[in-house]
Design a protein around this ligand. Structure first.
Ligand SMILES: [Zn+2]
Ligand SMILES: [Zn+2]
Length: 431
């Protein structure tokens, strides 16, 4: 028997033959001490860093998307008719807010236009005269490049993401998950296709990326909450790519604890997202009884403040909610900008429509608000309409809904020709 490891068992002659053969093959039976030391150091280093490398990699791969149903929860219920407008007046209201004449669109403008004119409204590029539906401009990368200068969506490790906000980039969304929230509000199903080059993905991939990168400390949380209220139920919880668990309870407590006026539009989107969660919970239970009662208590206090603080003309000013919500004092050096009252009234009206059925603002208050918005739409110059595009579009949406026009549908009884003519010869509602 021959065992290399056991010198005593080795046949000396055989050993000499193997040593000669090894040398000829360039094999060194006894490695130098420095090589052994280096190998040991490398092994130790590998042992030390392996848990980190493998753990982060496993975490990244452990992201499992939530099983969400394809149809979103309806966050806007039917509203009784509060305003009396003729079909022609409805067309006039809708056409007060149009795509800009120079054809320069942003994804945010497209969302506002979709909420007013519907997802299928066609827009044209000014140079190439290319025609596309509003929804396709944000969900098709080639059309996005034509309309915004770059596709609105990017492919990520976990799915798809709207280009993050950048002041110099007209193709980005203004707030994290703003587009996803609007898609939910427009009831675009999660299976709706998204085209990226030759690849066909879906709105579900946008939701997956948002869930994978979600954190309670993220800056813009209001639109994320609104999007999740539409798309996640009946799922009550989810995990991000670091395998951290979150629930609608955690999200609601975070929304209730944030100082309202430190977020955009005087914090109105925080209030709107709270209402959206309460409304979703009304249809499919996603909150625990404790958090639900805290949320309903808060919303009902804010409803009372809304009724008490409405101005004689039906409008609201900034910080109308008083001390019912946590907020920091507005610096005296920072007076409300021109148009702040319209911004607030349009957003308050939006919030009123998002409220759950058990918490309604009285009809008389809503009617006065609607009349105030009609007055703003009637008196606005073309310059004001384009500078305050967002609040005027919210105002027009509210007026149409409160006039009984179904959400996201063309004004009944009005032809397309009538709609075009109304821009030049408006039939303005009389107040
Ligand atoms: Zn806003
Ligand atoms: Zn807006």
């Amino acid at each position: 028997m021959f065992f290399c490891q056991n010198r005593h068992a080795c046949n000396v002659r055989e050993l000499v033959v193997r040593a000669v053969a090894s040398r000829r093959a360039g094999y060194r039976r006894t490695p130098p001490i420095t090589a052994v030391f280096a190998a040991c150091m490398l092994a130790a280093l590998a042992w030390f860093i392996t848990p980190f490398v493998v753990r982060s990699d496993e975490r990244a791969r452990s992201f499992v998307p939530v099983e969400a149903p394809t149809k979103p929860v309806e966050l806007r219920g039917a509203t009784p008719k509060l305003l009396s407008l003729s079909p022609q007046q409805c067309v006039w209201v809708r056409n007060r807010v149009q795509p800009p004449d120079d054809g320069r669109l942003t994804p945010s403008m497209c969302l506002h236009l979709m909420l007013l004119h519907g997802t299928e409204m066609e827009v044209k590029t000014p140079r190439s005269n290319l025609c596309a539906s509003l929804l396709d401009t944000i969900l098709n990368d080639q059309l996005g490049a034509e309309f915004f200068g770059a596709p609105a969506l990017l492919k990520t490790r976990y799915g798809l993401r709207f280009r993050p906000n950048s002041p110099v980039d007209g193709s980005s969304e203004a707030h994290r998950d703003q587009c996803l929230a609007a898609l939910g509000e427009l009831e675009v199903p999660l299976g709706h296709p998204v085209l990226l080059g030759n690849e066909e993905l879906a709105v579900r991939d946008i939701l997956n990326d948002s869930l994978a990168t979600f954190h309670l400390a993220q800056d813009d949380i209001a639109w994320t909450a609104q999007a999740y209220a539409a798309y996640l139920p009946p799922a009550c919880s989810w995990r991000n790519s670091f395998n951290e668990p979150f629930s609608f309870d955690d999200l609601t407590v975070e929304l209730l604890d944030r100082p309202v006026n430190e977020t955009s539009c005087f914090g109105m989107h925080l209030l709107i997202s709270q209402a959206a969660i309460a409304r979703a919970d009304e249809q499919i239970k996603i909150l625990s009884p404790v958090v639900r009662s805290r949320l309903i208590r808060r919303i009902s206090d804010v409803v009372a403040a809304c009724v008490a603080s409405q101005g004689p003309d039906g409008s609201w000013g900034p910080e109308w909610y008083g001390d019912t919500v946590r907020h920091s004092p507005m610096p005296a050096s920072d007076p409300p900008f021109e148009g702040a009252r319209l911004l607030m009234t349009a957003h308050v009206a939006d919030w009123i429509q998002a409220l759950p059925a058990e918490l309604k603002v009285p009809g008389a208050v809503r009617r006065r608000a609607g009349e105030s918005l009609i007055a703003c739409l009637r008196s606005a110059s073309q310059k004001e309409l384009s500078e305050l595009f967002c609040p005027y579009s919210h105002a027009a949406c509210t007026v149409l809904r409160w006039a009984g026009v179904p959400f996201n549908r063309p004004a009944r009884g009005a032809t397309e020709a009538g709609a075009v003519n109304s821009r030049t010869s408006p039939t303005s509602p009389k107040s």
